[in-house]
Design a protein around this ligand. Structure first.
Ligand code: ADP
Ligand code: MG
Length: 577
């Protein structure tokens, strides 16, 4: 007798079930995807005991006739592809023809289906073998009921978690699918109680509102961008809100909800410098790219996909999200509306090459403008806040600058704003060249401890790009002969000391690169402080430079630089409406 024998279909189905059906939520996913592939516009999902006892998915899709209903239960029985070539760019959720036979092999399954109102059929299958077929009067569509999941696979049953945790996984997978198809009505109930009732709506924001409420959905920022063949759309969390609510991540590729850490990381990279390291934003992103650029046949449950050009894809995602954060009213508001410098400004900071500078002692009040290269735009009529004339500015508490705008009173935090401006200048300097430096009449002498000395050694080259010219290192004493000149009251010695202290040890946190960490550290120490009185000219140049940054609404720690108090809110408080 040979040692090798070919496994029976039943055993093969059970093995497939091991891959496709991990837990009740995977059954729900497969059945709901079948309903969508069948063209359903309403899907009712009934769960009992976290799916341990019953999973029932009912749809109003195309249904099946008697012959197809039995073929559907045969391994590799599928109506969705015919040849291997059809796999390229396959548009249906299913195509492997495995789910129904696999599920049937480990449960008691019943299919009631009809291709037209009235003429239905009902099939009962237990542990993979059909036990009964009868006529059933049914409206067009299909109902699949799965009872006693894993009843014949004790080993798997042991791995099932509590009804509560299986139920949670089920809601997560229904939500993921419901987000890809706002046009379809979904009703989900558990142990007789409705849990989700989602009417068809026009788009993702409304669908999110149906799930988590309009307030949550309304606060998200729109993403909409095309780079080459990649289209990225969706909604992401406003930086100021990150960390305040449950983090939710949802990624779809060509309409299919998938897990993809690369896409998530790319989107998170776009938040760099707007939120504190360690915080992670909520993301709802849908990526669309040509079918042949994606391989969906790499995972039995199709939870992962493979890309022909992952690098291109991730860049597209990062730039789409970055654009959403930079272009929109990503700041904070009191009373609803957020302040936006511009609906679609995507500028990058411009750093001029090193220039001849006046010679003066830092720390003294040189009386110059806050930023030498913050040239004010030519006045143009009619002016927009983004490019036009700078509005009259008032300083409060030597901390906030205020101005009037169409929708409300806008406040800018002078320190945060300056930090954002310097951060972007420093990043450009680190990557492309230097910022304007100031040769000192009286060089500064610094005495460093060993840790600070190490930090200096590690960063010397980069600090020089930021304008610090340093000599005599190696020992404890060094001489600083040039410094950057971000504002007239800049205390270079203190900035350098504090920056070196912050750079000692391995404090690079989260996703920040070395350049980002350095630029953020020095920007924070170099920026004008709260408590400094600014001249009108300084306020104006701060304003002009801030609106020219890529992410004007946030400082490098994720705090808001701009807050708008809307007229609506004021009117309400004064009882005017
Ligand atoms: N709800 C449904 N409505 C219409 N047809 C269905 C439904 N569920 C399953 N089918 C049919 O049964 C076939 C087998 O389903 P399945 O085992 O999930 O494999 P796949 O979805 O990969 O084709 C499908 O190709 C489809 O023709
Ligand atoms: Mg299927």
């Amino acid at each position: 007798m040979p040692l090798i024998s070919v496994l029976s279909a039943e055993v093969a189905d059970q093995i497939a079930a091991g891959e496709v059906v991990e837990r009740p939520a995977s059954v729900v996913k497969e059945l709901v995807e079948n309903a969508l592939d069948g063209g359903a516009s309403t899907i009712d999902i009934t769960i009992e005991e976290g799916g341990h006892r019953l999973i029932r998915v009912s749809d109003d899709g195309c249904g099946m006739d008697r012959e197809d209903a039995s073929l559907a239960l045969v391994r590799h029985g599928t109506s969705k592809i015919r040849t291997a070539a059809d796999l390229v760019g396959v548009a249906t959720y299913g195509f492997r023809g495995e789910a129904l036979p696999a599920i049937a092999s480990i449960s008691q399954l019943e299919i009631e289906t009809s291709p037209a109102d009235g003429a239905g059929v009902s099939l009962t299958v237990s542990s993979g073998s059909a036990t009964a077929t009868r006529d059933a009067a049914r409206r067009r569509g299909t109902t699949v009921s799965v009872a006693r999941l894993f009843h014949n696979v004790p080993a798997r049953r042991k791995f099932l978690r509590s009804a509560r945790s299986e139920w949670r996984a089920i809601t997560e997978s229904v939500v993921a699918i419901a987000l890809t198809r706002p046009d379809v009505r979904f009703n989900l109930s558990h142990d007789g109680r409705p849990a989700l009732t989602l009417p068809p709506v026009s788009g993702l924001r409304s669908r999110l509102g149906g799930i988590w409420g309009g307030k949550y959905a309304g606060a998200l920022l729109d993403v909409e961008d095309v780079s080459g063949p990649v289209h990225v759309s969706g909604l992401v969390e406003r930086p100021a809100d990150v960390g305040t609510a449950t983090r939710r991540v949802f990624i779809a590729v060509n309409g299919r909800a998938v897990r993809d850490t690369g896409i998530v990381r790319a989107a998170e990279a776009a938040y760099r410098s707007t939120i504190s390291a360690g915080l992670r934003p909520s993301l709802f992103l849908a990526v669309t790219l040509p079918g042949e650029a994606v391989d969906v046949n790499v995972h039995p449950a199709k939870a992962e996909v493979r890309f022909r050009d992952r690098w291109q894809l991730e860049r597209a995602v990062e730039s789409a999200v970055r654009r959403a954060l930079g272009t929109f009213d990503a700041g904070a508001a009191v009373g609803g509306h957020h302040f936006a410098f511009a609906p679609s400004f995507v500028g990058s900071p411009v750093v001029t090459a090193e220039r001849e500078q006046e010679v003066l002692r830092p720390g003294g009040n040189g009386g110059g403008a806050l930023f030498d290269d913050a040239s004010e735009p030519e006045p143009s009529a009619p002016s927009s806040i983004a490019t036009g004339e700078i509005p009259p500015l008032i300083q409060f508490r030597r901390t906030y600058l205020a101005f009037e705008h169409d929708e409300g009173l806008v406040l800018i935090d002078q320190h945060s704003a300056h930090e954002r401006i310097l951060y972007e200048q420093f990043m450009t300097a680190l990557e492309t060249g230097g910022v304007p430096a100031q040769r000192l009449l009286l060089p500064i002498t610094l005495h460093l401890g060993p840790a600070e000395g190490d930090a200096l050694e590690a960063n010397r080259e980069y600090l020089e790009r930021l304008g610090f010219e340093i000599e005599g290192f190696g020992g404890h004493t060094l001489i600083v002969s040039s410094v950057p000149m971000p504002h007239p009251r800049f205390d270079a010695e203190r900035c350098l000391r504090e920056s070196l202290d912050a750079l000692t040890g391995d404090r690079v946190a989260g996703t920040a690169t070395h350049h980002e960490h350095l630029a953020a550290t020095v920007a924070c120490k170099a920026a004008i402080k709260a408590g400094e009185l600014l001249s009108d000219r300084e306020m104006r140049s701060l304003f002009a430079a801030l609106r020219d940054t890529r992410l004007p609404a946030h400082d490098v720690h994720g705090r808001s630089t701009i807050v708008q108090l809307t007229w609506d809110e004021l009117d309400r408080r004064f009882g005017r409406r």
